[in-house]
Design a binder for this molecule. Structure first.
Ligand code: CUA
Length: 327
């Protein structure tokens, strides 16, 4: 709908441009002054010409306005039904929180969606104005505190679609990006079960199936049990004990949940962080080096973020990276 509207507008704009510029060039050439020409006839006002140059643009604007208003109202009609995937989007300075109310999952900065299924977004912000924009999938829409706006799209091809905050929202506005990962139905189901598994006692290595994904346990209980579970099921897995302990001692746990079924809303939910493409809201590739640097120097890497420099040593950062890679 948006593309069609754009093409309609572009058609009329092109037509107006070509006609106006052709007339202009023709008149400039045809009536140009030559040496020795007499003073041209001086006129003031011409009602007929003025009526024409008012009426034609009014008509052109009406031709653009009618489909534009129709499209605005149409895109605001949020599709409903059991097949529609509902997502709540919460803007934060400077990252995006995504919640799937039907699935009971929360994530950040990376929105996984199934191909061919309509995704309905309900958006709000925690602080200032932001604007949600995925150029390849949907239009741009502002996001406000205390008032929700909506947007919907359907990804027709699997792929990774970059998105960006499009409303100036502070010093790190430019680094408030996100990714939409459109997956086949099977891949999406796999993603959902991996995320659900982070809510169970065992945040097992990605390859291992969730042993028993029963009821969600508090995230605080997870790290202690992690090592035992990992040792039992995957002996080759790296030692995450040091990282697990640091995650609590350095206070990471105070803002970051590692459990996708337990939203916290202060810092980005880190369930699945080990597999994400980017860290720091689309700003850095999710490599071990970048992650370690980010953990040690958040205020240098992305000045102004809520995460303070916590005095993490390089060795501690390495342990935390090893730990987070398993989530
Ligand atoms: Cu959020 Cu710009």
């Amino acid at each position: 709908m948006v593309d069609k509207l754009f093409r309609t507008t572009l058609f009329w704009a092109t037509l107006v441009f070509v006609l106006t510029e052709s007339a202009l060039v023709f008149i400039i050439v045809k009536f140009r002054g030559k040496p020795g020409d007499p003073e041209p006839k001086q006129v003031h006002g011409n009602t007929m010409v003025e009526v024409i140059w008012t009426a034609i643009p009014a008509l052109v604007l009406a031709m653009i306005a009618v489909p534009t208003v129709r499209t605005i109202f149409r895109t605001y009609e949020i599709p409903t039904g059991a097949d529609v995937l509902q997502v709540e989007v919460i803007g934060h300075q400077w990252w995006w929180e995504f919640r799937y109310p039907q699935l009971g999952l929360t994530t950040a900065n990376e929105l996984h969606v199934p191909v061919g299924r309509t995704v309905a977004l309900k958006m709000i912000t925690q602080d200032v104005l932001h604007s949600f924009w995925i150029p390849q999938l949907a239009g741009k829409r502002d996001v406000f505190p205390n008032r929700s706006t909506t947007l919907w799209f359907k990804a027709e091809e699997a792929g990774d679609y970059p998105g960006q905050c499009a409303e100036f929202c502070g010093i790190q506005h430019g680094r408030m990006a996100f990714q939409v990962i459109a997956q086949t139905t099977d891949e999406f189901a796999g993603y959902v079960s991996r995320m659900e598994a982070t809510g169970a006692v065992s945040p097992a290595a990605p390859a291992a199936p969730p042993a028993d994904s029963t009821a969600a346990k508090p995230a605080a209980a997870a790290p202690a049990l992690t090592t035992t579970t990992l040792a039992a099921t995957a002996p080759a897995a790296p030692d995450t004990a040091a990282g697990a302990q640091l995650f609590m001692m350095k206070g990471c746990i105070g803002c970051h949940s590692l459990n996708a079924t337990k939203p916290m809303g202060i810092g980005p939910n880190l369930a699945g962080i080990g597999q994400r493409l980017y860290i720091a809201a689309g700003w850095l590739k999710n490599t071990d080096a970048n992650l370690a640097n980010w953990i040690q120097h958040p205020q240098t890497v992305k000045h102004g973020v809520l995460m303070p420099d916590l005095g993490v040593t390089p060795a501690e950062a390495q342990s935390l990276v090893v730990y987070l890679r398993q989530h």
